[in-house]
Design a protein around this ligand. Structure first.
Ligand code: NAD
Length: 479
């Protein structure tokens, strides 16, 4: 299967004719090729976007909204095809792709298709000065969207949909590790009547294609989701060109579990927040802190539940945990398990690469729980991004708050308690962009999404995203 760049509404081979192998994580086999798009391809994508901009930015909101909602409907209509493609490309269980990834990609287009019709700017009556101020919200022009491999179409469209809704034209790059659904999206956009050049999708390595996007002097804003190191690199390149930046980066999220919580609910959700998508979600709660009085009970119950998770081929509906996304990523996760052992972490379950019969070269790993005795250890400080969590007890609210915050990241946290005052105290003091109380990853697309510290800058979602993808211009009229 050969993937091509989608430029000006058509599919093209890369100009350099350079290709990258595309792997199926479930079998370890190469099953396709993707372009390694060069500067020249990115320039063509930029030219197409720039040419489409005058017309697209002047398209009525009703018409933009209609097209985005049409894309959403077509994604829904092609759910099975997209879910199969996502599962094969990424290794995630088909059930997850079908219930979460693709429906959410569809919702992203529907949500921003609707949101743009409600997006209003401010006006200020300057009383006593005989003047009125109003603020226009204008699209930026050509913007770049770069996304990671863990939630491929979900995160790709989370950027593209608001960018397009706000009237921008886009040069977008999905992860080279999971290019398939982004490629299929090109056809859907044509079918929905999105004018040629409004969305251009280039494929390739971060160091080649991604670098060409961030270095392009006329791509004026970059929305990026990925690793913290890559985010820092992008910021360095973009800053001297004064590009607008939104960076959604890594996380090392704490779960704070108190004895007064709804135990059954907490247990079930904590298994999910640890291992959903093979633990490859930036929001996964990878540091689990449990109040001492229920620690032993939790430990026994949690391990019993984790042991029941079925590692299997992603296409089987009974599979809970599919394959990790790539062999280098699997090796990296295994390396962290080794480091934990060297630092006296106690492996309570899992810890090994495992084999799924018939797919011996697939990248499967047992879900792994490690007991640690300090928050200073490597696995509590660095993002592993795999099916590995640590657990440790705490005695007081102050102690757990300090541990939760003692990390360079600040994306999300979950608190499990029925004490309202404690909820408010902790929510105020946790150094994260998102706090969930008695739940995890419950999303309302109107809310601001993003992190602080090394988890990034800026917020996505709702009007925050539409603000990012527009430039405010104030007009002051004296009358
Ligand atoms: P990554 O940083 O390696 O790659 C992300 C994207 O950036 C890919 O498309 C890649 O090709 C591109 N890229 C790499 N180098 C580049 C360069 N020099 N210039 C431009 N683009 C470049 O991240 P990944 O391994 O794909 O994803 C995993 C990371 O993403 C984890 O750290 C995870 O926490 C993070 N993530 C964050 C969020 C969030 O919302 N905060 C969501 C999902 C994933």
């Amino acid at each position: 299967m050969k993937i091509q760049n989608f430029i000006n509404g058509q599919f093209y081979d890369p100009i350099s004719n350079e290709w990258i192998d595309n792997y199926c994580p479930a079998s370890g086999e190469v099953y396709g090729k993707i372009p390694n798009a060069s500067k020249a391809d990115v320039e063509n994508a930029y030219i197409a976007a720039q040419s489409a901009f005058p017309s697209w930015s002047q398209t009525t909101l009703e018409e933009r909204s209609r097209i985005l909602i049409k894309i959403s409907e077509l994604l829904e209509a092609n759910l099975q095809q997209f879910a199969e493609a996502e599962s094969k490309d990424n290794g995630k269980p088909i059930s997850l792709a079908k219930s979460v990834d693709i429906p959410r990609a569809s919702s992203n287009f529907r949500f921003f298709g609707n949101a743009i019709t409600q997006f209003a700017s401010e006006s200020h009556d300057s009383i006593g000065q005989q003047a009125i101020n109003y603020t226009l919200r204008r699209p930026i022009g050509v913007v770049g969207c770069i996304s990671p491999w863990n939630l491929p179409l979900y995160l790709f469209t989370w950027k593209i949909a608001p960018a397009l809704a706000a009237g921008n034209c886009v040069v977008a790059k999905p992860s080279e590790v999971t290019p398939m659904t982004a490629c299929l999206l090109g056809n859907i956009c044509n079918e929905a009547g999105l004018p040629a050049g409004v969305l251009n999708i280039v494929h390739g390595l971060g160091s080649t294609t991604g670098q060409a996007i961030i270095e392009h002097p006329d791509i004026k804003a970059i929305s990026f989701t990925g690793g913290t190191k890559t985010g820092a690199h992008i910021a360095k390149i973009a800053a001297p060109m004064f590009k607008k930046l939104s960076l959604e980066l890594g996380g090392k999220n704490p779960n704070l579990i108190f004895a007064d919580c709804d135990y059954k609910d907490m247990l079930k959700t904590t298994v999910r927040s640890s291992f959903a998508n093979q633990g490859q979600i930036c929001l996964c709660g990878s540091r689990i802190f449990v109040e001492s009085s229920i620690y032993d009970t939790f430990k026994a119950d949690f391990i019993a539940q984790v042991k029941q998770l079925k590692v299997g081929h992603p296409s089987e509906t009974s599979t809970d945990i599919g394959a990790l996304v790539s062999e280098p990523h699997l090796d990296k996760v295994l390396q962290y398990i080794n480091t934990a052992k060297q630092e006296h972490g106690k492996i309570l379950c899992g810890g090994h690469r495992t084999i799924v019969k018939g797919y011996e070269n697939g990248y499967y790993l047992e879900p792994t729980v490690i007991e640690v005795d300090t928050n200073d250890c490597t696995i509590n400080q660095e993002e592993i991004f795999g099916p590995v969590v640590s657990i440790m007890p705490f005695n007081t609210e102050d102690e757990v708050l300090q541990m939760a915050n003692m990390v360079k990241y600040g994306l999300s946290a979950s608190i499990w308690t029925n004490d309202l005052k404690r909820t408010i105290r902790l929510s105020n003091q946790l150094q994260t962009g998102i706090v969930w109380v008695n739940t995890w990853m419950m999303r309302d697309l109107r809310t601001p999404f993003g992190g602080i510290k090394a988890s990034g800058i800026g917020r996505e979602g709702g009007f925050e995203a539409l603000r990012f993808f527009t430039e405010p211009k104030n007009v002051c009229i004296k009358y």
